[in-house]
Design a protein around this ligand. Structure first.
Ligand code: SF4
Ligand code: SF4
Length: 378
């Protein structure tokens, strides 16, 4: 079995994985600059495991499976049973990070309790920022010089990024790139992508001067005045702790109106920051495709049919394959239609940053042969 030794060279590796020889799948040779994306139409636990095996990778050491447990009230998140055989085979840990906004997924204990209530009971769960934040420097990016994740991110030798392909109001769609960028980011990292680094305050005069925010602020940036809290923006680190601490919800991410291309580039750059640190492979399931994401408590019902599931060692190729499958089925850009944002810029910008190939072949794991998009939905 081919071994992957990633170090910080995951991007180079993805570009070199152009001739994967999958167990139980016909050997497929492809040209340089073309990647392989494995495909199955039937979304079953057995096929999710086969999609992983088709990549023929050997992730060594402690493996984390990056999942999304679904917001409280959401019913579109992926059925945990789908990933169960793979997680158990790999003896892996389900990993997530806390979110930015206040709710059950903002705090580690209630986040884990919610995950279990949604059926994620078959493996250990690790909220990566449960014990704080880590930063990794980036180089040559337009928007960031560092990315922020949970301190437990470093504890894993490799990650399987298991993503749900569906719509997203700001990104057009969310899949592997968004699962890595927002998904691995600590609340401070999420704030850096979504908004400005310094929180805003609202209804500050309702402050009861309990001082919890002051005690938790690592930068000593908050002063409580008779008119409520005041943040010293020169000191603030953008960690978002005050947002979680204040029971009156006086702190809030500052809403910065971003051009959609800028938001998409922020996502991609954060994803690049993380894939540069750890070996990662990708499995994406195109099921329950709602116009909004699994962070929505009341996501609308799916607006298009299930499209199947894919796996790849190439982040750009797998994202492009999902997008192309949706285009082929819907007949036009579905996310531009329902969200007013295509999301395609995620793929273009990731390719521009050298994170993978936009050219790929789809290999059907049922037949082991290359399959064309128009054959899938005929
Ligand atoms: S975001 Fe963090 S550093 Fe900034 S004021 Fe809030 S707690 Fe302090
Ligand atoms: S935590 Fe909220 S209520 Fe307490 S001092 Fe800070 S802003 Fe005021």
């Amino acid at each position: 079995m081919r071994k992957i030794s990633y170090g910080i060279c995951i991007t180079l590796l993805a570009l070199c994985c152009n001739a994967l020889y999958a167990k139980d799948v016909q050997k497929v040779k492809v040209k340089k600059g073309v990647s392989v994306v494995y495909y199955c139409k039937n979304i079953t636990p057995e096929n999710i495991l086969r999609l992983y095996e088709a990549m023929n990778v050997n992730l060594e050491g402690k493996v984390g499976v990056k999942v999304h447990f679904g917001e409280d009230g959401n019913i579109n998140y992926l059925n945990p049973e789908l990933i169960k055989p793979l997680v158990q085979k790999m003896n892996a840990t389900l990993v997530e990070t806390n979110v930015l906004y206040v709710g059950k997924r903002r705090f580690t204990d209630s986040h884990i309790a919610l995950a279990k209530s949604h059926g994620f009971t078959f493996a250990p769960i690790d909220i990566l920022d449960a014990e704080g934040e880590s930063e990794y420097p980036t180089e040559g990016l337009k928007h960031y010089t560092k990315v922020k994740t949970g301190s437990h991110f470093a504890n894993y030798d490799a990650y399987i990024v298991y993503s749900h392909f569906k719509g997203h109001g700001s990104a057009g769609f969310g899949a592997a790139i968004k699962n890595i960028s927002m998904g691995f980011a600590s609340p401070g990292g999420k704030m850096a992508m979504h908004a400005s680094a310094v929180p805003a305050t609202r209804n500050a005069n309702t402050c009861v001067q309990c001082n919890r925010c002051v005690e938790q602020c690592p930068a000593n940036a908050i002063t409580i005045t008779d008119n409520g809290p005041v943040i010293d923006s020169a000191k603030c680190l953008g960690c978002a702790k005050c947002i979680a601490e204040c029971a009156l919800r006086i702190f809030t991410p500052k809403q910065t109106k971003l051009a959609s291309e800028v938001f998409l580039e922020r996502l991609v750059e954060y994803a690049k920051g993380f894939v540069s640190q750890k070996p990662m492979v990708y499995i994406t399931v195109m099921q329950n495709i709602s116009k909004t994401c699994d962070c929505s408590a009341k996501a609308p019902a799916p607006f298009m049919c299930d499209l199947g599931a894919v796996s790849s060692t190439d982040l750009v190729a797998i994202e492009k394959a999902c997008y192309d499958l949706a285009m082929a089925k819907y007949g036009k850009d579905p996310f531009l239609d329902v969200n007013g944002v295509s999301g395609m810029h995620q793929i273009d910008y990731a390719a521009q940053l050298g994170m993978g190939n936009k050219k790929y072949v789809l290999v059907d794991i049922e037949t082991g042969k290359i399959i064309k998009l128009n054959q899938i939905f005929k």
